[in-house]
Design a binder for this molecule. Structure first.
Ligand SMILES: *Cc1c(COP(=O)(O)O)cnc(C)c1O
Length: 460
């Protein structure tokens, strides 16, 4: 065990990690990276197959982003946005508004995906207070949703394993069935089944819209639920209904934003302009923590008033609008423009689809889901009967460990193998990574388990 691993095991508590397992096994220490590869302290190289938890876009050590941060460092690393403006934050706000769906014209900064959603919830709540519709205090959220880990965002979450224990702490949203629910996935006509969920929503809205401030949704893909896809037309329908019933639509693009789905934002697939959009993960190209909640002029205007009116949005963080992070985000957007990143995605997405078709033929690849460069491969013990593996066997985690032997880092969600490569990956690299996944699934699922209790499931 090297010195870092020793110190880590003695002093560090890892996120979403059973530390009893962590300390009992050898752990990898990443000390460098180049392009889409991570390098460990022994000098081994691995593909970063989940973009360092869905954040990395253009690869690591991207010269333009490195340089932008260094240049900003030569000026100032951080100043507060409480009472002061800074250059990168104002430039970035202008550019985010320019690329965002029409109608989103104001940018409120925070630090991570959870705070971006937390801001949206509080802003929506206060908005209706200012508008005099003080009864509008509740939120609609989807079952199996994930919007972050703070108390507010866990409240609108719907993943039982993560959220159940905190229930006494939470406010209660109106949960509606997700269009990607287990029932829908088993249905032969997914689109029809998904649209039945719309009927439930319409009933809730018709009866309760006077109590409902907003609806929060992950567009196209419920990511942390295991990459569950919504049927085409669902998001547009949600927009239509929320508008009809005067409920604010908060679209959480934290996972889907910045090219992941094949377009800059998932909203664009269905020409949807939400009332609020939350951004984080890919915003700095995967370099530094930063988030933004974008909203409309109408919502912004509702907070204007005389100082004594106390209409101010009383929310902010120490590092809000951090200049280093904003400089990285500006470089990120510049690369999108100069390298025509979005235009280059179609070929990569198609290459992934072709490989996934092969993977789908494996005996235990129960359901293969793809949206752009977001992939979830759900492993099942009995594919025909759609029967899952016993949870304790941790088959998803085993496949991911197997993939490491072939030089690929991936991380499962239960028995869903997640593949989310940096957008900068070439067609050849995407094919190589999916070949490793194919082989790893085959090796793990098509042989009997000898010692199934040696490994615990990984939660996320
Ligand atoms: C990851 C994620 C979040 C939370 O972001 P953090 O930066 O981890 O706080 C929120 N919403 C969605 C859709 C996410 O995927």
């Amino acid at each position: 065990m090297n010195e870092t691993e020793m110190k880590d095991k003695q002093f560090v508590w890892h996120p979403f990690t059973q530390m009893k397992d962590w300390v009992s096994r050898p752990q990898m220490v990443i000390s460098a990276a180049q392009g889409i590869k991570l390098i460990d302290t022994d000098g081994n190289e691995f593909y970063d197959g989940v973009s360092s938890l869905w954040v990395n876009i253009h690869g690591h050590r991207k010269a333009e982003i490195d340089q932008a941060i260094v240049e900003q460092l030569g000026k100032v690393a951080h100043t507060t946005m409480l009472g002061l403006a800074n250059i990168p934050a104002s430039q970035l706000a202008e550019q985010l508004v320019a690329v965002a769906p029409p109608g989103l014209t104001k940018v409120f900064y925070s630090d991570d995906g959870s705070t971006a959603v937390e801001v949206a919830l509080k802003m929506a709540f206060q908005y209706w207070q200012h508008k005099g519709k003080t009864g509008k205090q509740k939120f609609i959220a989807l079952e199996q949703a994930y919007h972050g880990d703070t108390v507010g965002t866990v409240s609108v979450g719907g993943i039982d394993l993560f959220h159940r224990v905190f229930k006494p702490l939470l406010f209660t949203p109106v949960h509606i069935p997700a269009p990607s629910c287990y029932h829908c996935r088993l249905s032969s006509d997914q689109a029809v089944c998904g649209m039945q969920c719309v009927t439930v929503l319409e009933q809730v809205l018709a009866e309760h819209h006077e109590e409902i401030a907003g609806m929060v949704i992950e567009p196209l893909v419920q990511a942390a639920a295991g990459m569950l896809m919504s049927p085409p037309g669902y998001l547009a329908k949600i927009r239509e209904l929320t508008r009809k019933y005067d409920v604010l639509l908060i679209v959480d693009e934290v996972a889907t934003g910045f090219g992941r789905t094949g377009k800059m934002f998932a909203c664009e697939h269905e020409q949807v302009s939400p009332d609020m959009m939350t951004l984080s993960k890919g915003i700095t190209g995967g370099y530094l923590p930063l988030a933004a909640t974008l909203t409309t002029q109408a919502i912004y205007d509702a907070f204007l008033g005389d100082y004594a009116d106390k209409k101010t949005f009383y929310h902010g963080h120490s590092y809000t609008g951090n200049p280093l992070a904003c400089a990285a985000a500006l470089a990120n957007l510049k690369i999108f423009r100069e390298e025509r990143v979005i235009e280059g995605l179609a070929a990569k997405i198609a290459a992934a689809a072709a490989k996934l078709e092969q993977i789908g033929k494996l005996a235990h690849a129960g359901d293969v889901r793809q949206c752009g460069l977001i992939v979830g491969i759900e492993l099942m013990q009995d594919k025909d009967r759609k029967a899952p593996y016993p949870w304790e066997q941790a088959v998803g985690a085993r496949v991911c460990l197997q993939a490491r032997k072939y030089g690929l880092i991936i991380r499962p969600i239960g028995d869903v193998v997640i593949f989310m490569p940096p957008l900068a990956s070439t067609v050849k690299e995407i094919e190589e990574m999916l070949d490793i996944i194919h082989r790893s699934i085959q090796e793990v699922t098509e042989r009997t388990f000898i010692n199934s209790d040696s490994l615990q499931p990984t939660d996320l």
